[in-house]
Write a protein that binds this ligand. Structure first.
Ligand SMILES: NC(=O)c1ccc[n+]([C@@H]2O[C@H](COP(=O)([O-])OP(=O)(O)OC[C@H]3O[C@@H](n4cnc5c(N)ncnc54)[C@H](O)[C@@H]3O)[C@@H](O)[C@H]2O)c1
Ligand SMILES: O=C(O)[C@H](O)COP(=O)(O)O
Length: 390
């Protein structure tokens, strides 16, 4: 029986997927796996028995990835599962920034009891007017699941799109509309775009990537949309640019004391992934990834270990080994296993930076002595045995 602890509320369709063989526990330190959305895990102690963390969502800056990797704790996320929800809100934010739609709606509410409201509205409307998205240039920074969807959608609305992503994946590239101009220079995108929208993960490299110098390059009167993370933008420099009108509007999904008090900003309470559809998609994908890892040893969509997929574990046993990515480890492992009379039927080894994972399918019984011997190898961080249940 695997014990799961949910750090945030997770859609029921996902928890139901963790059916027979799973129980939900209130105590985080008793769990074999955690499921999380945006709860901050950086300050929490990682329990000895924790095997995996599944982030039902995209961003993993709330999870200590390296500390997890060092302990053989696999961290998963759910790529693309909430991309459509975010795309729709970004388009909404763009259109809301084109005219003062919210201001106009408030005006109508404030004048609702006036029998002359219809006539007065025709005079009042000019203060809420604006411009169209069609024909404008939209700069998209990061062309992953969300950025690519936004780029394609705004092209369909008649905008020109410049896309910047030095690490563009083949999958994303296949899905991009051919009318999108792929630029390799961020400064060019910033200086030519009427709307700039950022869709990159926050990492040590991207933190603050839209700093004072980049904001200064933005076209006068441009709009910046940030549905990725607030830490990507120097919000102090941005507040100054908004204050003196160099940047017309900031549309952000991240309320904090700086953004909430900015002039000409529309700030939302992190609503990007908050649709029933996205929550269901994320929960189901997270639960599926967890099951595949806990029951079969397969790692799909991890952000700290590479992909290993030997399919379902139908017969025999598997040994899952987390270790340093260093020379000679595989030799030591196969030697130790063979010396115990076990035959390796199938094996996969993959590394990601300093972190390596090896999954062995063996015939013969893997007892505690074998596992003890493997654990004693200096480079092994964690060793698990998985038994076929069918
Ligand atoms: N507001 C929300 O509710 C919400 C929802 C989902 C995701 N997000 C945020 O959006 C981010 C992106 O999500 P996604 O699903 O598109 O992720 P993704 O992994 O599919 O795409 C990220 C893209 O950024 C690119 N990238 C990385 N570094 C870059 C750089 N320095 N310059 C340009 N491009 C760079 C990658 O190559 C990749 O194509 C997440 O990491 C998360 O922080 C927010
Ligand atoms: O990175 C993400 O997937 C989003 O920021 C969504 O976060 P949430 O699951 O807390 O809504």
């Amino acid at each position: 029986m695997y014990r799961i602890h949910c750090m945030n509320n997770i859609a029921r369709v996902g928890t139901e997927r963790l059916g027979a063989g799973y129980s939900f526990v209130d105590e985080a330190d008793q769990a074999d796996a955690w499921v999380v959305r945006s709860a901050n895990l950086h300050e929490l102690a990682l329990p000895e028995g924790l095997l995996a963390i599944a982030r039902a969502g995209a961003g993993v800056n709330n999870i200590p990835l390296d500390a997890c990797a060092a302990r053989g704790i696999v961290v998963f996320n759910t790529p693309g599962a909430n991309a459509n929800a975010v795309k729709e809100l970004v388009i909404c934010g763009m259109l809301l920034s084109c005219r003062d739609i919210l201001g106009g709606a408030v005006w109508v509410q404030e004048n609702a009891d006036d029998p002359e409201v219809s006539k007065r509205a025709e005079k009042a409307k000019k203060q809420f007017g604006g411009r169209e998205l069609a024909g404008k240039t939209v700069g998209v920074i990061g062309l992953g699941a969300i950025g690519a969807a936004v780029a394609n959608a705004v092209i369909d609305l008649g905008a020109e799109v410049m896309g910047y992503d030095p690490f563009l994946s083949l999958d994303s590239a296949w899905g991009l509309d051919r009318r999108i101009e792929h630029v390799t220079n961020l400064d060019a995108l910033l200086s030519k775009s009427d709307f700039v929208t950022i869709h990159v993960p926050v990492t040590n490299v991207t933190r603050g990537m839209l700093g004072a110098d980049q904001i200064a390059l933005m076209k006068p009167g441009a709009v910046l949309l940030n549905f990725a993370r607030d830490a990507l933008v120097d919000e102090q420099a941005l507040a100054e640019a908004l204050g003196d009108g160099r940047v017309a509007r900031y549309v952000s999904d991240f309320a904090n004391p700086a953004s909430a008090n900015m002039k000409n900003a529309l700030v939302l309470p992190h609503l990007g992934a908050s649709t029933g559809e996205a929550e269901d998609n994320c929960a189901v994908m997270a639960a599926t990834e967890l099951r595949d890892y806990l029951e079969n040893g397969n790692i799909v969509n991890s952000v700290n270990y590479g992909r290993v997929d030997l399919g379902p574990l139908e017969t025999g046993e598997r040994v899952a080994l987390f270790h340093e990515n260093s020379q000679g480890v595989i030799g030591e492992v196969t030697h130790a296993v063979a010396a115990r009379g076990l035959n390796i039927e199938n094996m996969s080894n993959v590394s990601r930076g300093p972190n390596a994972y090896t999954l062995l399918e063996v015939t013969g019984s893997v007892d505690e002595d074998v596992i003890g011997e493997l654990r004693a190898l200096g480079s092994i961080r964690r060793a698990r045995v998985l038994h076929a249940t069918k």
